[in-house]
Design a protein. Structure first.
Length: 405
């Protein structure tokens, strides 16, 4: 049973191994919740690369993409790549042949006034990629890192998944066809990173690393910067607002397989060339989305805060793997993992807003449907687009939402 949550939340939650957060003044803000509209669902994948995937069948539709490439270019929304489990009746927790499938298709949504429609057909990315950091810019969608397979779609059950250090811009040329412009690669391959742009400089955080790339000084390549004064982490929430880059929450795994869910949060100020710890987020928002609103607001939606469930999955997985394959004990623990996945109730419903000047968190409404995680926060002319993603472990959604003030 979660404790009751007040409208305004501020202060510090203890996090092992991190410095104490400052105590901000508690203030009641007049910020409004985002108003949400549902856009057309992402179209179905068309690449029938495996006979095990029922592409072209009457019941085939888009089941949703975790970690898709997503971003806005003028009057167009780009959504593609991503990963899912498309074999009928076989899921992340039920033995499948292909494993997690990574896709290489890119779809384009056109905006015409208040009308939105997906252009017919899909385009092919150079690689099948998911879990890249994405930032929408005036030059195109900046895609950073990720993981998947070179040259086309495949599944983790067929071969090892490769992490990428690629960095590139996706933009549209005449005829609304996407083109790729390669930029200097990351110092190392990285997936599940977070990124934001301040004054034409992109900042990226992942694991225990923090880098920057001047988009007007590409010849200098990526430069390492000092890490935030907290633990290394992945699947964090991040973004830029009010002249600073923010790194919030995330998770890390201990040597024994158990997980740490982080609630500490930090801000990097390029003018001061340093980090400061801000008020802890009221609950863990790992894999959620952050979106700047107005001049001093940073909205955070979705995210996972159920540490107990993650640790129980890892415990059952360790017990299963220690049992003889196919034995009664093996099946008992395998069924327990499937039970936990099947009865997961979804991610954080409440939306949060951080006031960069007051240093306070508050709840500001709720996500309109099942909260979607592991998908980029797309800024489209100041509005937030949430395209596809996960609604519970292993389960995706094709839905696309647009939230604005």
């Amino acid at each position: 049973m979660r404790p009751a949550r007040r409208t305004v939340l501020a202060g510090s939650l203890a996090v092992a191994g991190s410095v104490a957060a400052p105590m901000p003044a508690t203030a009641r803000s007049s910020a409004r919740a985002l108003a949400w509209d549902r856009l057309p669902d992402v179209p179905a994948n068309e690449n029938d690369w495996s006979p095990r995937i029922p592409v072209g069948e009457t019941y085939w539709s888009q089941i949703g993409l975790a970690g898709p490439i997503a971003g806005a270019v003028g009057d167009h929304l780009l959504v593609g790549g991503g990963a899912n489990f498309p074999e009928p009746a076989l899921t992340a927790s039920r033995g499948n042949t292909l494993g997690k499938v990574y896709w290489d298709e890119l779809f384009v949504l056109r905006r015409m006034g208040k009308t939105h429609e997906w252009l017919p057909g899909s385009h092919r990315l150079r690689d099948a990629v998911a879990y890249a950091a994405c930032v929408s810019t005036s030059r195109g969608v900046l895609v950073i890192g990720g993981e998947g397979f070179r040259g086309g779609p495949s599944g983790s059950g067929l071969g090892p998944v490769e992490k990428f250090s690629d960095v590139y811009l996706l933009r549209l040329e005449a005829g609304e066809r996407p083109v790729r412009e390669d930029l200097p690669p990351l110092p190392r391959p990285a997936s599940y990173a977070v990124a934001g742009i301040v004054d034409d400089v992109v900042y990226v955080a992942e694991g225990g690393d923090f880098w920057r790339l001047g988009l007007g000084q590409l010849a200098r390549g990526w430069e390492p910067l000092p890490r935030w004064p907290g633990a290394p982490r992945s699947v964090a929430v991040g973004g830029a607002q009010d002249g600073r880059f923010y790194l919030i929450s995330g998770r890390s795994q201990r040597a024994d397989g158990s997980w740490v869910f982080h609630t500490d949060a930090y801000a990097y100020d390029p003018r001061q060339a340093g980090w400061s710890r801000i008020a802890d987020v009221p609950w863990c928002v790992t894999a959620g989305l952050a979106h700047p609103v107005a001049r001093t607001g940073l909205y955070v939606v979705g995210g996972d805060s159920d540490l107990a469930r993650w640790n129980e999955i890892e415990r059952q997985r360790a017990l299963r793997d220690a049992s003889p394959a196919g034995s009664d004990e093996w099946h008992e623990h395998d069924r327990a993992i499937t039970f936990i996945y099947d009865h997961h109730t979804g991610f954080n419903q409440e939306a949060l807003r951080y006031d960069t000047r007051r240093g306070t968190w508050e709840t500001v409404g709720r996500f309109p449907g099942s909260p979607q995680v592991t998908t980029p926060a797309v800024s489209w002319d100041g509005a937030l687009v949430v395209a596809s993603g996960e609604v519970r472990p292993g389960a995706r959604t094709p839905r696309v939402w647009l939230g604005r003030m």
